[in-house]
Ligand binder design. Structure first.
Ligand SMILES: Cc1ncc(COP(=O)(O)O)c(C=O)c1O
Length: 454
């Protein structure tokens, strides 16, 4: 398919400086009626009307290039016609069935079986959001091993329900709600730009992976043998961090040696985002359990699930239940989205376009004073915004300014990272080369504009 047909022509187009007058009305209404935790509409103040492909339009008629993608949900593009058609057909048939089988549900299980490694032969759908999949995976690991501790990683983001929140490293999310669940420990992730062990890549000796093994092997490390290690194969909210390629295979080896379950969280990195169907496929590693959500629902229909090895399929019926065990529209849309991804080689497209964007960004980076590191894989990219390229001091206020200038100029981006100083790009994967180039140029101009104000 020609992806040009999917997006609005002529993007970006700014008619009224955002937030325009109509957007303001929506925002005033939202802030005076909804809870104070509402956040995206503070960073990107506008109200949306429509989305097409890799572009969205706000209620004032401004059209944006979308490098945000609904936080990594819209992989097949806003309003993807093939996915809408499948969802519409399902809507006319049946919209809720708990876990009683029906056609749409079978289609999604078949579609997943077609893209998962044969080892991950069991699929289980739980509550509607990614956090639910994380909770399910942890419960399954504990149930099978009869152990309790979990090891997660620095920089990890796994969701906001109590168990998933415990597995997040960000203290800003957790510190007002402690204590959470006990016996969760954090190991250093290979974040080489800010090495947790203070080393440089050239002489690092992969010390952080050794340290993970030490935590498990040393009876006095303070960590009892865990039920599971949970890891993002490429970290998302942590700042689009791509670990050394030896990392995941070593974690796998450690899990095998100590009989620990390896959970890979593919909620953000999965479904072609990083240039493979799943991010763990960048190495030859097969996890024991993977978590899935976001793009699994096709166009943002809520659904989450896990895929896991047959030997872990030990829950008796009803051991893990809930009203929304998958969502009927999401099953149909998800199956159509996976078919679209395969038919259009979306992983390859993401891989190629990501390489092009990295190249462009690295070109701009040379003269930029505040672009620290440019990194990522596929269409999960990140740029560290720093006060000084030598000291690498994070500059979260400047990153927020860059996001705001991008918004004014018609580009939507996300901010993340340990210090909220990483500009993150997670565009719909149906982005065209032209939109990718325009978007990167807008970003680079926004960086320059912020630099001029310093
Ligand atoms: C890797 C990862 N895991 C879990 C989650 C939580 O998913 P949800 O927000 O749908 O609960 C996210 C959300 O961004 C995520 O990026």
């Amino acid at each position: 398919m020609d992806f040009h047909e999917l997006s609005f022509a002529g993007a970006p187009l700014i008619k009224a400086s955002p937030p325009g007058p109509k957007s303001r009305e929506y925002l005033d209404f939202q802030f005076s009626h909804e809870g104070s935790a509402v956040s995206y509409s503070r960073g990107l103040p506008m109200a949306l009307r429509r989305g097409r492909g890799a572009t969205v339009e706000d209620v004032d008629g401004n059209v944006y290039i979308d490098f945000f993608g609904g936080a990594g949900v819209m992989n097949v593009g806003h309003g993807n016609p093939e996915v809408i058609q499948a969802a519409r057909a399902q809507l006319d048939e049946l919209t809720h069935a708990l876990d009683i089988p029906f056609g749409g549900r079978k289609l999604l299980v078949e579609a997943l079986a077609g893209i998962l490694p044969k080892e991950l032969s069991r699929i289980f759908f739980g509550g509607p959001t990614g956090s639910d999949a994380v909770e399910t995976a942890v419960k399954l690991a504990r149930y099978n091993t009869k152990r309790y501790p979990i090891i997660a990683f620095e920089g990890a983001y796994h969701g906001m329900t109590s168990g998933a929140l415990t597995l997040c490293s960000g203290s800003c999310f957790k510190e007002d709600f402690l204590p959470l669940i006990p016996e969760v420990h954090f190991a250093p992730y290979p974040y080489c730009y800010r090495c947790p062990l203070g080393r440089e890549p050239a002489d690092c000796g992969r010390g952080c992976i050794d340290y993970l093994e030490h935590l498990i092997e040393d009876p006095h490390s303070g960590v009892a043998t865990p039920a599971a290690i949970i890891v993002e194969a490429i970290q998302g909210e942590g700042g689009s961090i791509v670990p050394d390629e030896a990392f995941l295979p070593r974690v796998r080896k450690i899990c095998d040696k100590y009989d620990i379950i390896l959970i890979v969280d593919e909620i953000q990195a999965g479904f072609c985002r990083t240039g493979r169907m799943f991010a763990f496929e960048h190495t030859n590693t097969v996890p024991d359990i993977i978590t899935m959500s976001k793009a699994l629902g096709g166009l943002g229909f809520p659904i989450s699930g896990i895929a896991y090895r047959e030997n872990l399929d030990t829950f008796p019926a009803g051991k893990h239940i809930g009203t929304f065990r998958g969502n009927a529209l999401a099953y149909a849309a998800g199956a159509a989205a996976i078919a679209f991804m395969r038919k259009n080689n979306l992983a390859d497209h993401a891989d190629k376009l990501g390489a092009l964007m990295l190249n462009m960004l690295r070109g701009w980076q040379k003269d930029a004073k505040i672009m620290g590191q440019v990194r990522g894989k596929g269409l999960m990219l990140g740029v560290e915004i720093v006060k000084d390229k030598e000291t690498r001091e994070p500059a979260p206020e400047w990153a927020a300014k860059v996001r705001s200038v991008c918004h004014q100029r018609g580009l939507l981006i996300e901010i993340g990272g340990h210090y909220f100083n990483v500009a993150r790009f997670l565009p719909p994967l149906v982005l065209t080369e032209e939109l990718a180039e325009k978007g990167v140029e807008i970003f680079a101009e926004a960086v320059k504009e912020v630099e001029r104000t310093l």
